[in-house]
Design a protein around this ligand. Structure first.
Ligand SMILES: *Cc1c(COP(=O)(O)O)cnc(C)c1O
Length: 397
């Protein structure tokens, strides 16, 4: 990230924000060449690529260790474009049953209108995944930590499975930047909602697709590229802001993880059914420990089963009244957020399906912030739990 911005003049430490929707050429021949084969380092039109978006994409490719990346106005913009780039009418996708609600609705409700069918399975069960693959399958789709249940699939195993069937593995790594590098484990394409940890400030929306130069080239293609032709373009002002915030991602991620570990441990010690990948009690803890970068811990998201919806509501109300965090959707914000996924971000998922994936209506999901004092935060949350949830203690402390 610490590159110099020569050529802009004035010795900027941050690159100037590109302020042009279109870019000029010296000759007609040059312009033709740009349209037909592209000219490296040159720009044509903002919907195709701008200098600010190219710089953010470069930083994200570096983050995920891929050759290239493309940025989008939102995470969903990136997900929809990547899926539509490789699927056409008649194609199939095999996806995790526990994907983000918006992704679930896209795959389950919207893409079938265009002839793309999805089979939802338990991605932690490789045999089931393999049985769901047909000659029409183009993509295996999952998230590093499933949302909101935090199951962690075997990415290496899924990558091998995808390779052996000649299909692509897409991994949404929104919950685990720096912690897990899906591309190094064999994924073909890594997705981010930049709205979450990568930006972290809760002020902008954004998305990214990190992949090979060839795939990113397909997304930007003037004749067939989903990014170019559907137009989910990120604004240059926004990409410049997100790129600046990305520079603090390593320190933020460490603090999110340290705080979430402290809160989880406190809740666990007081006898609550807390789900956090950093706790040895988490079924996928050792799998994550094997492939995660220990410098960044186990992430900032945890869930607490409050037993039922009423208790969950009362618990969240108690936190609100004591000014501990915010009752809000989303995650990866510098301050603590909490919500009940079954009634909000995963409400797109039908109740019978939610039951099958073990998403009880009393689950409260926390996105723990970067508050400087882990211990105080842990006490504040656990004290609300003790006031409201005593009856929900499933374990003896
Ligand atoms: C929020 C989120 C998305 C969607 O991103 P937007 O920026 O809101 O469009 C996709 N995947 C995951 C895992 C998310 O948490």
């Amino acid at each position: 990230m610490n590159r110099k911005f020569e050529g802009f003049g004035y010795g900027h430490v941050n690159p100037p924000i590109s302020d042009s929707a279109m870019f000029e050429f010296e000759t007609a021949a040059e312009m033709t060449e740009m349209f037909e084969i592209g000219l490296p380092g040159r720009f044509l039109y903002g919907r195709h690529l701008s200098p600010s978006n190219a710089l953010l994409a470069e930083s994200l490719a570096e983050l995920e260790g891929t050759e290239s990346a493309a940025v989008f106005a939102t995470g969903m913009g990136g997900i929809a474009c990547a899926l539509m780039q490789v699927c056409s009418a008649g194609s199939e996708v095999v996806a995790s049953r526990t994907v983000y609600g918006g992704t679930y609705a896209l795959l389950g409700n919207l893409l079938p209108r265009f002839g793309v069918k999805t089979t939802f399975v338990d991605m932690n069960d490789l045999a089931t995944v393999e049985r769901a693959i047909t000659p029409k399958t183009k993509v295996l789709y999952c998230e590093t930590f499933s949302n909101p249940l935090l199951a962690i699939p075997d990415l290496k195993g899924l990558a091998q499975l995808a390779k052996s069937h000649g299909i692509l593995l897409f991994v949404d790594n929104t919950f685990a930047p720096l912690i897990v590098k899906p591309f190094e484990l064999g994924a073909d394409l890594v997705i981010h909602s930049l709205t979450k940890y990568c930006n972290g400030m809760g002020d902008h929306l954004g998305g990214a697709v990190c992949s090979s130069r060839e795939f990113v080239g397909q997304l930007l293609d003037v004749n067939q590229g989903m990014s170019m032709l559907l137009g989910p373009t990120m604004d240059a002002q926004v990409s410049s802001a997100i790129r600046k915030n990305l520079q603090t991602l390593p320190v933020r991620m460490k603090q999110h993880s340290a705080n979430a570990m402290a809160v989880s441990q406190e809740l666990w010690d007081r006898g609550y059914s807390v789900v956090y990948p950093g706790l040895p009690s988490h079924p996928d803890h050792s799998r994550l420990a094997e492939c995660a970068n220990p410098d960044y811990g186990f992430g900032g998201v945890l869930t607490l089963d409050c037993g039922n919806r009423d208790l969950g509501d009362t618990f969240m109300q108690d936190l609100v009244s004591r000014h501990v965090g915010h009752l809000a959707v989303s995650l990866g914000f510098v301050q603590t957020l909490f919500s009940m996924p079954a009634c909000s971000t995963s409400s797109e998922i039908p109740e019978t399906e939610r039951e099958r994936m073990g998403l009880s209506t009393g689950f409260v999901r926390f996105s723990i912030g970067v508050e400087p004092d882990s211990k105080t935060l842990a006490m504040e949350i656990a004290d609300s739990a003790d006031r409201i949830l005593r009856s929900a203690k499933r374990r003896s402390a």
